[in-house]
Design a protein around this ligand. Structure first.
Ligand code: FES
Length: 305
């Protein structure tokens, strides 16, 4: 084969964009980060005890994670400051935006740290580097603000652009975490769409132990089933946080004496009657099913929708 023909069949090298994807995927398997992750996770868990503050940082009252929308403040302010830095006579406005971004970065980081402490290890590895990028950006913008406040506009702008580069790198990894690794996404929402409308036979009612959750299959869908006396509660078994098996969870009652299940993986707590979230890290309601018992003693379920 001549040289020209061999060039035609040569495998092309990876594009720059593919190298970026490969690098992000490589971080998922970077075991060298695990020791640091263990130290930080246990410190976060010791500091942020379960309760209203932690639930708010997760975003439980809002119905979805708080961290992603909070990032809009520092990211928006700092990108806007970068645009102003390219224009003459905008030093004061840029300085205010840098300071506003730093103020917004504090709750953003706390919410992110809280979410990160309850992720899978692969997600935590990417998340750690994402957080390092954002910490670097915050440090550079802090230095930029100090320089600008002392009248060193040129240095302040240069530090701002360095911070912007760190921000974009960290932001890319945040996207990888959210959209490739599905951190923060609802992992149970599809269940309600996979079951046809109408009633479906599930199992004999006599097979269900009283007060003890069990796992039942409806076709290929896994369901959490709990009988309490005459009532039968049915939820999707995949936890909306990260798909943990709810039927292996603890049964508790909340402050209003309503029966709840606690996910065995990260402690999300759902009311069994309707799947609503009592405690995070889950923020999405667990899909629930109506149930009834036929005259033949068969439990039937249908999706609520
Ligand atoms: S999978 Fe994380 S709390 Fe259920």
């Amino acid at each position: 084969m001549n040289r020209r023909a061999s060039n035609i069949f040569r495998r092309p090298g990876p594009q720059a964009s593919q190298r970026l994807v490969d690098a992000a995927e490589g971080l998922e398997h970077a075991r060298g980060l695990d020791h640091t992750i263990r130290l930080i996770s246990s410190a976060v868990r010791r500091t942020l005890r379960p309760g209203p503050v932690k639930d708010t940082l997760h975003g439980v009252p809002f119905g979805h994670p708080a961290h992603p929308p909070l990032t809009d403040v520092p990211v928006g302010c700092w990108i806007s400051a970068g645009v102003l830095d390219l224009l003459p006579g905008t030093g004061r406005a840029a300085r205010i935006l840098v300071a506003a971004g730093l103020a917004g970065a504090v709750p953003t980081a706390l919410a992110g740290l809280s979410d990160w402490s309850a992720l899978h290890r692969e997600q935590q590895r990417v998340g750690l580097v994402h957080a390092s990028g954002m910490l670097t950006a915050s440090t550079l913008y802090s230095a930029s603000l100090v320089a600008r406040s002392r009248g060193r506009e040129g240095t302040g702008r240069a530090l701002g652009f360095a911070g912007l580069a760190a921000l974009l790198a960290g932001g890319y990894l945040g996207g990888h975490l959210a959209f490739r690794l599905a951190a923060g996404a609802n992992h149970a929402d599809q269940v309600a769409h996979l079951v046809a409308l109408g009633w479906h036979d599930l199992c004999p009612a006599d097979d269900l132990p009283d007060g003890w959750p069990v796992h039942r299959r409806l076709g290929y869908i896994s369901l959490f089933v709990l009988r309490t006396g005459d009532e039968i509660h049915v939820l999707a078994d995949r936890c909306s946080h990260l798909a943990g098996p709810l039927h292996q969870g603890r049964i508790v009652t909340d402050d209003d004496a309503v029966v709840c299940v606690v996910c065995p993986w990260h402690g999300s707590t759902f009311r069994v009657v309707d799947g609503s979230v009592v405690h995070g890290p889950a923020t999405g309601r667990q899909p629930s099913f109506e149930s009834r018992v036929t005259e033949d003693g068969l439990v039937q379920v249908r999706p609520i929708g």
